[in-house]
Ligand binder design. Structure first.
Ligand code: GLU
Length: 617
């Protein structure tokens, strides 16, 4: 995920450099590891790019200063997916002759094949990014006689994956061509004067409220104050699109119309998961092989990542047939001082890749024994990757809300993808079963989308009911204990409530003494092998006057009958979907925490005493 912003204008008063600089500053929440700007003037491209935060870069190289006569500029703020956040890898990327400049948001999945093909044709690459294949492909088609627009169309036909792109070319100095598939792109327009393209609405809102929202497989040709749209799915034919008028203010627009980043990021989960699913089979196989050949396996993390570790170890060990020891990263050295052995594999999980306790744990392990480190992080090139043998980047995009939401579900998904890769490599289940697990994984984003569409009022109703009570529990068994613990953590983080996630079986050994008439207990109850025993636990709590709220699948009957309120997750009741319920059941609890924070007049984006990245012990 990154931010793209572009302008083409007739207005002589405007400094295009200043406008695009301010544009990407308003998009910085979408990506902030490096940035770059290109402007076109007198048949020449002028480029400034650098690694770091926009303001720091601006102090060094004056990002808003470009030739005053230039009427066209493109800008990009990057959230790296391929290649570390360096100057070389930051956008824009150019062709071999510095004639074509491209900014790209998304992932070109087949970039390695394309890069090899283009290299064999004599193209020289300057970055490690997937994006750089795009200007070279366009160059190639233009060399064959294609117009600028046709060259882009043909280049995109060769690209698999997701993109929003904006392109300029020196022989076409008065136009920007843009296209989108899966990554957002909006066109803002001041008719007859200026046209903008942007990854999100807020970046052009100070200049115009009139815009067109681009759909997948559309291409647009932008001239100053005018725009034409083409449908790439039906013979690139010219199409008419409805102009929209935006009523939001800038602050609301940055949050995509949501009141808080936390809520926006919960709603981004389906798309974030779709991006995580693009992890290559090759990389998953590397993780699978390392785990299969390990003598001992540990999984380590802190906070929310530790809960994803708990869910992930359950899913992976099912197909690996080996025990995986979970360990809080802060305890790793202390607890393993006398027992860590050579040929161990450690799975380390850190959203930011900067969590100091996780980094120290793996640094210590590497220094002490011959171990392999497999890392899951959301940030390319983060510190943790320096100590890792293999790295999976979840590609959830930046998360601004301090409480992790979409980065939790994408971490669990990455672990689930490793698990299925292990099942394939070890051939311990039939091919038909593997396909069913893969289908269940592929269906997760739709399940979450459907849930979010229909259940917000129910969650608000439950919050209004629950928040009269000072205490309640999340209880579960088996794999869902991770979900219960993460649900409890979200409430602690954003709603400042001491709500515990606990094993439903262990709750009899103490916590049950808190139950009085009307005491609420939330049971996480997918219909897996623990279900019947959980029914028994529900009855124990009900018998003591507990008010039962349960999270169940659509077709649930038994626990529904025992419950006062049910939250129903729209997924089939089979073992394939049950295994991934830590992902599909979690948004319900995240929403609960979000609305609980609002009920207490707290800002869910800025929980008390917390910071997003914990870089101290
Ligand atoms: N895949 C591209 C890169 O790593 C674009 C990433 C983005 O969308 O920010 O440069």
């Amino acid at each position: 995920m990154c931010g793209i912003f572009g302008i083409v204008t007739k207005n002589q008063e405007i400094s295009v450099g200043k406008v695009v600089f301010e544009g990407i500053k308003r998009l910085e929440y979408r990506g902030y590891d490096s940035c770059g700007i290109v402007s076109l003037y007198n048949s020449k491209l002028f480029i400034k790019k650098e690694a770091g935060k926009i303001d720091e870069i601006h102090k060094k190289i004056k990002l808003d200063e470009f030739p005053s006569g230039s009427r066209l500029a493109l800008a990009h703020t990057r959230w790296a997916t391929h290649g570390a956040p360096t100057k070389q890898n930051s956008h824009p990327h150019l062709d071999c002759f510095d004639k074509i400049a491209v900014v790209h948001n998304g992932i070109i999945e087949n970039f390695l094949e394309l890069r090899n093909e283009l290299t064999s044709l004599g193209h020289t690459f300057k970055s490690e990014t997937d994006s750089e294949v795009i200007p070279h492909l366009i160059e190639d088609f233009m060399k064959k006689g294609n117009s600028f627009k046709d060259a882009i169309i043909n280049a995109l036909k060769k690209c698999k994956g997701a993109y929003a792109i904006a392109v300029c070319q020196i022989d076409n100095p008065d136009l920007i061509i843009v296209a989108r598939k899966e990554s957002p792109l909006i066109i803002g327009i001041e008719e007859g004067k200026t046209t903008y393209c942007s990854s999100d609405i807020p970046a052009f809102l100070p200049y115009t409220r009139k815009c067109y929202i681009m759909e997948d497989d559309e291409l647009a040709v932008l001239k100053a104050g005018e725009v034409q749209f083409f449908d790439l799915k039906s013979d690139n034919k010219l199409i008419r699109k409805e102009m929209q008028t935006i009523e939001w203010n800038i602050d609301a627009a940055e949050k995509g119309g949501y009141d808080h980043f936390m809520l926006k990021e919960i709603y981004e989960e389906p798309d974030a998961l779709r991006f995580t699913m693009k992890i290559s089979d090759q990389l998953l196989t590397k993780f699978a092989n390392a785990l299969i050949s390990a003598d001992s396996i540990y999984i380590t993390a802190a906070g929310t990542s530790y809960h994803s570790a708990l869910a992930g170890k359950f899913i992976i060990s099912k197909f690996l047939g080996k025990h995986i020891q979970d360990m809080e990263c802060s305890e790793f050295e202390t607890q393993l001082k006398c027992s860590l052995q050579d040929n161990s594999v450690i799975i380390a999980i850190s959203q930011s890749g900067e969590t100091i306790d996780t980094i120290e744990a793996i640094r210590w392990a590497k220094k002490t024994k011959s171990v392999k480190i497999l890392t899951i992080t959301n940030v390319v090139g983060s510190s943790i990757t320096r100590y890792s043998d293999h790295v999976i980047v979840t590609n959830a995009g930046p998360e601004i809300g301090v409480a992790a939401t979409k980065t939790y579900s994408t971490q669990v998904l990455a672990l689930a993808l490793i698990a299925v890769s292990i099942a394939k490599t070890r051939k311990i289940i039939s091919n038909e079963e593997i396909v069913k697990y893969q289908d269940a994984l592929a269906g997760i984003p739709n399940i979450i989308e459907q849930f979010l569409e229909k259940n917000v009022d129910l969650i608000k109703y439950i919050v209004n009911n629950l928040e009269k009570n000072m205490n309640y529990f999340f209880l579960a068994r088996g794999i869902s204990i991770a979900t219960a613990k993460e649900g409890g953590l979200k409430l602690k983080e954003v709603a400042c409530r001491f709500i515990e996630g606990y094993s439903a079986a262990s709750a009899k050994h103490g916590p049950i003494s808190l139950v009085r008439e009307g005491f609420p207990i939330i049971f996480i109850a997918p219909p897996d092998e623990t279900y019947n025993r959980l029914v028994g636990n529900v009855m124990e709590f009900k018998a003591r006057g507990g008010r039962i709220i349960s999270v169940v699948v659509e077709s649930d009957v038994k626990i529904t009958k025992l419950s006062d309120i049910t939250i129903r997750i729209p997924q089939p009741a089979d073992k394939f979907h049950n295994l991934f319920s830590p992902i599909t059941f979690m948004p319900a609890l995240q929403l609960l925490a979000y609305y609980a924070a609002l009920a207490h007049d707290l800002d869910p984006d800025k929980p008390l005493n917390l910071s997003k990245t914990v870089t101290v012990h």
